[in-house]
Design a binder for this molecule. Structure first.
Ligand SMILES: [Zn+2]
Ligand SMILES: [Zn+2]
Length: 384
């Protein structure tokens, strides 16, 4: 039976797993019941090689058949701190303030579907390592698993992952090599000036005027320091200061994010960021405290693995395999795997749903068997 038909034959089971995960969302590094359920199902499929607690709440299962290469397939399991607004959904989140608003319930389910199929058909030669990862949403669960020895204990030759995308036609598999998602560094700038009466500005070191200058000057890094052919975003997203119309406050705080694809541009942006903020504060006579946090690296797909994934996608969805999806400036911790192992991160269309991280978002159950078949197909094709 073709992969897609076999997997579609247990689609209802997959939908029930997905709804179970959706009703019981857990936040980063707290996916205790989620990983327990994952392990339960893997055991039910007859999979015996299972390791729990990698990167705190991660689960890794291995399927082996003869000798050959090792292919890693990864899904993320964590939810977001959002109050779900899908009031009429039967499987609405049971945990107020927690919600699967990024579709990781669907991602976990699709990998489970592939696991069930691959464990019963074993139509491959080599090893498939199934990686159920915690804490994708800002807490670098991928890195936690790698730091915990994942790649030493499970030396994989290639890795593949997938994320749903609202707005992209349901079931389209969008695959392309090169930059897919950006690196994301974050900063907080605390400007310490000198407060004074609003009518006596010469007695102050005004942190608001200083902050306004910083915001202007930072934009010149993008327009005048960075190669115009490279992608760079510098956004100041918050500016907090003062509370009265006639008081110049003592301090101001700015925060924001820096996004790019090319590591060299990231190094340049960081260097110029510190120079611009420090020298602007100097010019105003203000003191400054900068907290700069390096975030996820850029998600850069490897060329060959993207071609392999595209070929597998073609087999599953025919001309719904696409290579024309533009890269985006969001970020994703699958990038940590791609820094270590050649691989590819694919998009699967979620149809016209609410956007990711929206309280009305929901994963599209109609794409479960497609995504699952795609993952299974990659394993079979790469281990044929
Ligand atoms: Zn997300
Ligand atoms: Zn996500």
């Amino acid at each position: 039976m073709p992969i897609k038909n076999r997997i579609a034959s247990f689609e209802n089971e997959m939908i029930s797993w997905r709804h179970h995960f959706h009703e019981n969302p857990e936040l980063a590094y707290n996916e205790f019941n989620t990983s327990k359920k994952v392990v339960e199902l893997l055991k039910e499929f007859g999979i015996t090689e299972i390791e729990e607690g990698i990167g705190k709440t991660g689960v890794v299962a291995t399927l082996e058949n003869g000798t050959g290469k090792t292919i890693g397939l990864r899904a993320d399991m964590d939810a977001l701190p959002i109050f779900e607004e899908n009031k009429n959904k039967k499987y609405k989140s049971k945990c107020d303030g927690k919600m699967h608003a990024c579709g990781h319930d669907g991602h976990t389910t699709m990998l489970l579907g592939a696991a069930k199929y691959l464990s019963e058909t074993k139509n491959f030669k080599g090893k498939v390592v199934l990686i159920f990862q915690p804490a994708e949403e800002g807490f670098a669960g991928a890195k936690a698993m790698i730091d915990d020895g994942l790649l030493e204990r499970y030396p994989i030759n290639e890795i593949y992952g997938m994320h749903n995308m609202p707005g992209l036609e349901a079931g389209v598999l969008a695959i392309e090599s090169g930059p897919r998602l950006a690196a994301a560094d974050n900063f907080v700038i605390e400007i310490i000036g000198k407060g004074a009466h609003g009518a006596m500005p010469s007695n102050s070191i005004d942190p608001i005027v200083c902050g306004a200058s910083i915001i202007q000057n930072l934009q010149h890094i993008v327009s005048r320091n960075s190669d115009p052919k490279e992608t760079l975003v510098i956004t100041v997203a918050s500016f907090n200061s003062g509370h009265a119309n006639n008081v110049i406050p003592k301090s101001a705080s700015l925060s924001g994010t820096i996004r790019y694809y090319n590591d060299k541009i990231g190094v340049l942006a960081k260097k110029r960021f510190f120079e611009v903020v420090n020298s602007t504060c100097d010019a105003f006579g203000a003191k400054v405290d900068i907290n700069f946090q390096k975030g996820y690296p850029a998600t850069i797909n490897h060329k060959k693995q993207s071609e392999f994934a595209y070929d597998s996608a073609k087999k599953i969805v025919g001309n719904k395999a696409s290579s024309s999806q533009a890269p985006m400036m969001g970020s994703e911790d699958f990038s940590y795997f791609l820094k270590k192992v050649p691989g590819c991160f694919a998009w699967i269309g979620n149809g016209p749903s609410a956007s990711l991280h929206n309280p009305k978002y929901d994963f599209n159950d109609s794409v479960l068997s497609i995504g699952s078949s795609f993952l299974a197909s990659i394993a079979e094709d790469r281990l044929s």
